[in-house]
Write a protein that binds this ligand. Structure first.
Ligand code: ADP
Ligand code: MG
Length: 447
């Protein structure tokens, strides 16, 4: 760093205020070349903002220090590029960084929610891969990244993992990871204290904005309005936006259309309840994190006696572990049965066969047509819808669905599910049709 710059910093801090200083001045790297001082910044947006708002003050402050006006330019310097790693490669855990090296950040990350502690399987593989790929090129192809799924299925875990990884690669990245509710509370406080400029500057200076549980914004018009502008500024300057929700964008009631279409413009991925095999792996992993080696049959016993979400499974595991420690019980199946007396009765799952039956009847086709190689439009459309419903309401894995549709490749199913998802989000008629079919299949199930 150039000495004149370092000497100017305390005065800039004084003149611009702490918040502006931290947001706009601190991240600048000052070097010198033949033309004078170079203030290096990370993006065009940053460059424009600093030029417009602070350059004259910077020039003046530097001139006061040096006794003469130095030539100062603000230049955009591309961030160091990291070579893409294979998607499934788990990077070695890095030692924790000292606090002082970290950039100021909004919200907080849960230390244990990393990619390493996230169990990947059929139920969440697409979302996991998307998060991994995003880390390789934030702000580009997967922007915004919209992750949705039921409560306790790992959304917050996955976006925290993504945040940790982004910070590990580039600790000075400006990142906010917070719930939509905190976003709103911060907004309300800023409005009350007449600090809206500061609020906007803070959010619009971010490299990465992660907003968790966006469904909370439903019906909160003022917050949506503010978020819309923040979103646009970040998006336009290539900053990454990550959103989570308990529903897909089209199903969030009272969400302004313009926000909805922004969300749908990026990558949408969902997480499903874990499959039986994943439930065992997750329980073993959670026990391992507490230094306990959980045998398969115990994991199985706990899995059978806890609810569908990972959060409920974790609760059940913790109850067993706590009882075994406090009551000094051995870790056995008998203990599990004692602590978790009732196997959880989960309502019988909808089967792929039931979906095929309902869909074929609706489209006046035969089940054999759905499984056949026919490629004419009515059949393809019905088949895609049946595959989609097999995934979303029967909750069967991609390979098993592929198997039950005439032994196709499972990438065909992934493609079909995405295609229908997209149609559903864009076309209200498709949405209505799917809702009717869903109701019909569930109603038959109850009989
Ligand atoms: P959500 O945000 O979707 O409601 P969370 O991310 O808070 O769910 O997950 C709830 C709990 O389940 C967390 O403790 C999280 O670590 C755990 N969890 C969820 N999915 C997984 C997974 N695939 N592997 C490991 N832990 C998981
Ligand atoms: Mg969450």
């Amino acid at each position: 760093m150039q000495t004149e710059w370092v000497q100017a910093l305390p005065r800039l801090r004084q003149q611009l205020g702490e918040r502006n200083f931290q947001t706009w001045i601190e991240p600048i790297r000052c070097t010198r070349d033949d033309h004078g001082l170079r203030l290096e910044v990370a993006s065009r947006f940053f460059q424009e903002w600093v030029s417009r708002h602070f350059l004259s003050c910077i020039r003046q402050t530097l001139a006061e220090g040096a006794g003469a006006s130095p030539t100062v330019r603000i230049v955009v310097v591309a961030r160091p590029h990291t070579a893409p790693a294979p998607i499934d490669m788990v990077p070695p855990a890095a030692p924790p960084r000292p606090l002082a090296q970290r950039s100021p950040r909004m919200g907080h990350l849960v230390a244990s929610y990393t990619f390493e502690t996230f169990v990947v399987g059929d139920a969440n593989e697409v979302a996991y891969r998307a998060a991994r790929s995003l880390v390789e090129a934030p702000g580009t192809r997967f922007n915004p990244f919209f992750l949705w799924g039921g409560v306790g299925l790992g959304k917050t875990h996955l976006v925290n993992a993504l945040a940790h990884e982004l910070l590990q690669r580039s600790p000075r990245r400006r990142m906010a990871c917070l719930s939509a509710e905190s976003f709103m509370n911060t907004l309300i406080t800023s409005l009350r204290q007449d600090q809206m400029n500061a609020f906007r500057e803070r959010f619009r200076a971010l490299d990465v904005l992660i907003l968790d549980d966006i469904q909370f914004l439903a019906g909160k018009e003022r917050t949506q309005e503010e978020f819309f502008h923040t979103f646009n500024v970040l998006y336009a300057s290539g900053r990454q936006i990550v959103l989570t929700s308990d529903k897909p964008p089209h199903a969030i009631a009272e969400l302004e259309q313009r926000l909805r279409s922004r969300f749908e413009g990026g990558l949408i991925a969902d997480v499903h309840p874990p499959t039986a095999a994943m439930r065992i792996s997750i329980l073993k992993k959670k026990a391992e994190l507490q230094g306990i080696n959980l045998p398969d049959e115990l994991a199985q016993a706990i899995a059978q006696r806890s609810g569908r979400s990972v959060r409920e499974m974790e609760g059940a595991l913790n109850r067993v572990l706590a009882a075994s420690t406090m009551r000094d019980l051995p870790l056995t199946c008998a203990t599990v049965e004692q602590v978790l007396p009732n196997p959880v009765s989960v309502s019988p799952p909808v089967s792929v066969e039931a979906v095929q039956e309902a869909v074929s009847q609706y489209f006046r086709l035969s089940i054999a047509d759905l499984k056949s190689q026919r490629r004419d439009r009515p059949v393809t459309q019905a088949r895609q819808i049946a595959m989609y419903l097999s995934r979303t309401i029967a909750d069967v894995s991609f390979p098993s669905i592929a198997e039950k549709f005439g032994g196709r490749d499972h990438s065909t199913v992934i493609h079909a599910v995405r295609a229908v998802e997209q149609r559903r989000s864009q076309d209200p008629d498709t949405g209505n049709l799917l809702s009717r079919l869903e109701d019909e299949i569930r109603a038959r199930q109850r009989v």
